[in-house]
Design a protein around this ligand. Sequence first.
Ligand SMILES: [Zn+2]
Length: 328
Amino acid sequence: MQRPSIRPVPVVALALALLAGFAFGTAATAQRKRPFLAGICYTVHDAQQQQEKHVVEWVTKNRIGLVAIDFFGIAHSYDRIDFRKITRLVKRLKKAGVTVLADYRTSTSKPGVAHRGEAPDLCLSDETVRANLIGWGIHLLDKCPDFDILTIYNPLPTFERNKECRPCKKAGSRKLLRRFFEEFATAMRRHHPRVKLGAVFPADPSLYRALAKHLDVFCPFCSLIAPEGETACGPGVMKRVARDMRALRKVGPVIPLVKLYWKQATRNTTDDIVHAMNEAKRERLDGFFLWYRSLLTGDVARNVRFPLPSYDLEKIETCYRALAPRKR
Ligand SMILES: [Zn+2]
């Protein structure tokens, strides 16, 4: 199957892809056929603690089209993940017509071996490091093969820490990232050819363009951090993402990760979230996923040492239902 490419897609390949019912389409002409995927993200722990039935009920009730499950640094939580339970949940969600995405972060230990403590610096010049990173993605899908999309969560900061490394410095980060994602795509195509590949990165069009050949889905950050009582990304956040990603939307779907918080100074409100959700549709993006459900419900509070904002879940649920396509 022809993967999306920044170069024009040959007519024959496009016709074949369309005939095969390629869910996301491979070119501009297929873009309007993509469903708008209003999504929610569960941490893997949250997902496996809840009853499958309840998750599916809540998602169906609110006509949510995408469920993302975040495995974090998978090596770190490996021995606490109930892969069988996650697999059952994924199967049930898919049966309900929901697209299911798995996200994982960089782990440099050997795939299938739990690793606690600080992750060592990520050196993309190191062949073993790249192989292990890719190996974890394959391992995740071997355990739960039903996911529709696999994304890697922003490896840039880990990589940046390693800036002074001589081989990395010599090669340049862009070139190394391209090599890594090329190897990633090649390996996934061999092991799990059905699964679409994506990455979570800052909304940097040149970065995505450099990797577009190897990615099916672009997941730019859309952070709703609001330090000092001010919405950092402002009400135009989706507008900016849409503008930056315009060219890439012709290559593959743009599904931003709407991040509700990552630091103590967070002051975003229910209205900020609802606004960002609506704006994703207005800007004709392909969807979004809210990060995390346990933040919306306050269930995450026991894990953090500072007060979190409280959200009006009912208002957010109403917004989800309004965003859903009329026929599902
Ligand atoms: Zn290095």
